[in-house]
Each structure stands twice: as C-alpha cells, then as structure tokens.
Design a protein around this ligand. Structure first.
Ligand code: E4P
Length: 214
C-alpha cells in the first residue's frame, strides 16, 4: 500500500513527511501554480523534505518536447516520477521514456481502455481521477475497481494510484478495490488522523491523571 500527499506546499509537506507513513508527494501543474514559485526551485526544495517519490507533470504538448522536459525534470532530484497526460502524445512519450528507464505515470485517466494502453506503453502507474469522475455523476470507485481487475487478469505490472480523492472514506474505499496507491490532499490526510472521540478520550485521561496526581 503506497500513500502520497497531493500537494506542492512546502509547509504542508514539512508537516506530514515526519509521520513516516507517506511514500512521497504528487503534484500537478495546478498545485505547482498555486505556490507561485519557480518550478525547478520548488521541486528541489520539496526534494530536501522527501526521501520518497516526487511526482511532476510535464506541461509540454508534443511527445518530443514532453520527453525532453521529462529528462530535464528527472535531473532535478532523485526518485522523480514523470506524469504524462493521457493521449496520443502522452503515450508516445511514455513509450520512449519507459525504454530510457524513466519512471512514469499516465495521468488524467478516465477509462479502462486508457489505462490498458498506458500500461502497454510501459508506464509505472496510471492515475484514474476518482473525485472528478464522481463530479460528473459517474462512479469513480467502479472505474478504479475495473482497472485493477483488468490489470490483475492481464498480469500487468503497471500500478494503479487512486487520484482526485475528496475524503477519508474514499481513501479506504479505493484501497478496498485493491489499488496499489492513493494520493490525497493535505486536509484529507489530517481528517484521517483526527477524530473528536479520540480528543475527548485523551482529555478525560489527562484530567483523571492530573486529578489523581495533584
Ligand atoms: C494527482 O496528483 C492528481 O493530479 C490530483 O489528485 C487531482 O486532484 P483534483 O481532482 O482534486 O485536482
């Protein structure tokens, strides 16, 4: 089971990496843009906080430039996973990069056929966007379950990482489908840690302890 925080925010990453439960950080152009910092500088600073994988999406639109951009990003830190947008150009870039031994992820995956072609192109991971599928009225969890089942029946090595997660229960539901990994926003991770009953119980323990030891 691999868990990632879906963030490019240094403060959030610095707070959660010491938990020792995350395999790294996933980012995308929107998350990077939110930080209003130079892409390379931001990734290098994130790499100082993260022992695990750092997922970075290319912004080029043609396969050749995607490959060149990927090789440049790959040089910024160790354990980079290059995110490629699903499509003809992304598939071409994935085939080239996988032959070069570059770890890649096919992102913006919304169907089993897309996932199968991405796996055939040699990507290490595919990212079905659970939350965004749900937003359209379809069932995101069914999508990832189907991809997991097809990959298992085809004995595909490519891993499935559930993305676009909106809450703690979606993390659990996704893991129940057999996905290899889940990436979640900072607030979702905090919601998984915290529970009001835990806080109430701890407060009572400390009150009883302090009263007895006054
Ligand atoms: C992975 O990093 C995806 O880009 C991300 O989970 C998308 O999440 P969103 O649908 O909340 O933008």
């Amino acid at each position: 089971m691999e868990l990632y925080i879906d963030s490019a925010n240094i403060e959030q990453i610095a707070q959660v990496m010491p938990l020792g439960i995350l395999q790294g950080v996933t980012t995308n152009p929107t998350l990077i843009a939110k930080e209003k910092r130079d892409f390379q500088t931001l990734i290098r600073n994130i790499a100082k906080l993260v022992d695990g994988k750092i997922w970075c999406q290319v912004t080029s639109t043609e396969a050749e430039s995607m490959v060149n951009e990927a090789l440049e990003i790959n040089s910024w830190a160790k354990n980079i996973v290059i995110k490629l947008p699903m499509g003809m150009e992304g598939l071409k870039a994935a085939s080239i990069l996988s032959r070069k031994g570059v770890e890649t992820n096919m992102t913006l995956v919304y169907s089993v056929p897309q996932a199968v072609l991405a796996a055939k192109a040699g990507v290490s991971y595919v990212s079905p966007y659970v939350g965004r599928v749900d937003d359209t009225g379809w069932d995101g969890m069914s999508l990832i379950k189907e991809i997991v089942d097809v990959f298992q029946s085809l004995q595909v090595k490519t891993k499935v990482i559930a993305a676009s997660i909106r809450g703690p229960q979606q993390v659990i539901d996704a893991l129940r489908t057999g996905v290899h990994a889940v990436t979640m926003p900072y607030q979702v991770l905090l919601s998984m840690v915290r529970n009001p009953m835990t806080d109430i119980g701890l407060e009572q323990f400390m009150t009883d302890w302090n009263n007895a030891n006054m």
